[in-house]
Design a protein around this ligand. Structure first.
Ligand code: URA
Length: 246
């Protein structure tokens, strides 16, 4: 491989969050890029080919690369991979944690109770604020694409392995803003933030050069004692929608 191409490949893998590349099998394409190095996190069985310079990747290519994924233990209990849904050129992307039972069954993100609340929040706020958008106009996805057993929080290695696909989705869509729903999404994208969602919510941060708003996860808002959090989440959403669509 020529040095320029090698630089492009390595830059791309760095973008996806890989910190160590080690040679598992000399004859395995890009996986054979680097020799040795300290033991890093588990790596996928292949490394994706970077998109041509200056042209964003298609979501369909990313979904194809995921394939019938068995890169981590979450595949064992899943019915369907939940890749994401909505407008592929959305100006706003919502990132949740991982599929629940309804999402696992349907293969679509946020279609259960939390999803219905998210839809109401998006469409209700947009209507009240005079912003002509519906759920189908935004893009919605999760940090992990397979349902964790018993809806537990995804483990660090699961987030690491699946996180590369989230990064690729965001780089492919290049939205005007990203809205992170809850602590797992914050952990995945705002790596240097140690504060909890209660502290972070309502404020703007950056992922790469894209503005990021943090708010509560809709499942948290469904709990009956969280009425004030609900009001706050509506305020957060208002801020995001005006920023993106005004
Ligand atoms: N919770 C999430 O984080 N994502 C979904 O898709 C559904 C519920």
């Amino acid at each position: 491989m020529n040095p320029e191409l090698l630089r492009r490949y390595l830059g791309y893998y760095q973008d996806l969050g890989f910190r160590h590349l080690y040679r598992r099998n000399q004859n395995r394409g890009a996986g054979a890029l680097a020799r040795g190095g300290p033991p890093g996190p588990p790596q996928p069985d292949f490394l994706p080919v970077p998109p041509a310079a200056g042209s964003p990747e298609l979501l369909a290519t990313i979904r194809e690369d995921i394939g019938d994924c068995r890169r981590c233990r979450l595949h064992e209990g899943r019915a369907k991979i939940v890749f994401g849904s909505g407008n592929q050129q959305a100006r706003l992307v919502f990132v949740g944690e991982g599929p629940g039972a309804d999402e696992d069954e349907q293969g679509l993100p946020f279609v259960g109770r939390a999803g219905q609340l998210l839809t109401q929040m998006i469409e209700g706020t947009a209507r009240k604020e005079g912003i002509p958008i519906q759920r189908k106009d935004v893009y919605i996805c999760n940090v992990v694409k397979c349902r964790p057993p018993g809806n537990r929080t995804p483990l660090p290695d699961e987030m690491e392995i699946c996180g590369q696909f989230l990064v690729r989705q965001l780089l492919a869509i290049r939205p005007k803003a990203i809205c992170l729903l809850g602590a797992t999404a914050v952990k995945a994208l705002l790596l240097d933030r140690k504060e909890g969602v209660t502290k972070l919510r309502g404020n703007w941060y950056r992922w790469r050069d894209i503005p990021v708003m943090v708010t509560y996860h809709p499942s948290y808002l469904l709990r009956p004692y969280n009425q004030s959090a609900k009001r706050e989440a509506w305020e957060d959403l208002k801020k995001v929608l005006h920023y993106v669509y005004d």
